[in-house]
Design a protein around this ligand. Structure first.
Ligand code: JHZ
Length: 395
């Protein structure tokens, strides 16, 4: 049974960066109520109501995974390891975004799937065969007919975006070679709880996984988790290595170890999520208090990174341009637009309207290290960062 533990209020589509905030444009802005639930049957954390995928993943998709050095390096390291260890013959990626993973492979080996048509066009132009569709059983059958079974399937920050997980795993079961590997990574619920990073919940994140939940979901398809890797990316992610039961792969000890840790952290208990929900309410009060105090002193605050995550923060905490002056982002197609719901103007870091910003709120807190390294001059001039994870504070 699904039971709600968190209410994040009225929220927009996080990819809906607005070109104009004129009244007639704002009238058309779509909002929904964001509530998060725990299912005690399979231990899965999901949105209580899903937003229709076609509303989110369209031909104007803004996020470019290759905008961060951290992600470029993470995917290159994985691809190099996979090429060395398994030399896969056919690689399928589900949710290939701007080609940040597949660019590390021989073009002939790749089949990619990307429902955002602008992105699929981009990787097709790069020479990587990309299907501009949602991942489902029909598409899996179509790809198998054309290319045969695949021995490696990869997916980063995508499986968590698909409401119907039964369809996902059925489609994977169908096309994965009998000794093939399906590897996917997504934000880890234990990290979300520890960091109080409630901003991992938004329209696109239909689910936030635990190992327990993934194991429960795949067992009916005779699939099993054989290995795991804990990643620091996106504030703490888990990379699952999955194969058919009875394949050549043996289940590694780390899988049992993680299951034990999850039980110790009570990820199978509703009370854990309820307590997390209380911490989220406190975080909202603290963030508003901090920003109000800073603004009272006449200081200037910009948000660093027009992230999808920060849509949840700004809309839940009711942050507008009285508390944050504007947002900066390196992604060209977010610049000179407005953030969804909160309507803050987004600028290129090189073209900021205020020459001396006092504080940057880390909207992209998951890239804290990379950003602080990049912003040495800002820090040397007395500039400070604000973060809300794990507790609201000036760093
Ligand atoms: P980032 C998106 O979420 C959406 P977001 C999606 N649903 C998802 O799951 C994750 O990605 C993977 C900018 N930036 O990665 C680039 C700078 O401006 O945290 C990005 O716009 N300067 C698919 O948006 C944003 O910040 C910098 O120096 O929450 C980061 O977005 C760096 C490092 C980044 O994901």
């Amino acid at each position: 049974m699904k039971k709600n533990f968190l209410d994040l209020g009225r929220q927009p589509i996080t990819n809906n960066f607005l070109s104009s905030i004129k009244k007639n444009k704002l009238k058309k802005e779509f909002f929904y109520n964001l509530k998060v639930s725990f299912n005690n049957k399979n231990n899965l954390v999901s949105l209580s109501k899903f937003v229709q995928p076609s509303k989110m993943f369209n031909d104007k998709y803004a996020h470019r995974a290759s905008m961060s050095k951290t992600m470029l390096n993470s995917f290159k390291k994985l691809a190099d390891n996979l090429n060395k260890k398994y030399s896969p013959k056919k690689v399928l990626e589900i949710g290939s975004n701007d080609g940040v993973f597949i660019r590390n492979f021989d073009k002939k080996k790749i089949v990619a799937v990307e429902p955002c048509k602008n992105l699929a066009k981009l990787t097709n132009k790069m020479g990587y065969k990309t299907f501009p569709n949602f991942w489902d059983l029909n598409l899996s059958k179509k790809i198998e007919k054309k290319f045969g079974k695949v021995d490696l399937i990869f997916s980063a920050n995508t499986i968590s975006h698909i409401p119907n997980l039964d369809e996902v795993f059925k489609a994977i079961k169908k096309i994965l070679d009998k000794n093939g590997l399906f590897i996917f990574e997504d934000p880890y619920i234990l990290s979300v709880i520890k960091n109080v990073s409630y901003d991992q919940f938004y329209d696109e994140h239909a689910h936030v996984f635990s190992l327990m939940a993934v194991s429960n979901l795949i067992k009916k398809y005779d699939l099993e988790v054989i290995n795991l890797e804990k990643l620091n990316t996106h504030g703490g992610s888990l990379r699952y290595f999955i194969s058919h039961k009875g394949s050549k792969f043996k289940v590694k000890d780390i899988v049992k170890k993680y299951l034990k840790t999850e039980i110790q952290n009570k990820l199978n208990k509703f009370s854990t999520y309820k307590n997390f929900g209380l911490k989220v309410q406190k975080s909202k009060i603290e963030l508003r208090k901090l920003l109000k105090n800073i603004k009272k002193k006449g200081k200037k605050v910009a948000s660093y990174g027009a992230t999808y995550k920060s849509a949840t923060i700004f809309n839940y905490c009711k942050i507008d341009n009285k508390l944050i002056d504007y947002v900066i982002d390196t992604t060209k197609n977010k610049q000179n637009k407005y953030t969804p719901g909160s309507h803050l103007r987004i600028y290129s870091p090189e073209k900021q309207p205020i020459p001396k910003i006092d504080y940057y709120f880390l909207g992209a807190w998951n890239f804290k290290k990379e950003i602080i390294l990049k912003e040495k001059k800002f820090v040397a001039k007395g500039g400070k960062f604000i973060s809300h994870v794990p507790v609201v504070k000036v760093l």
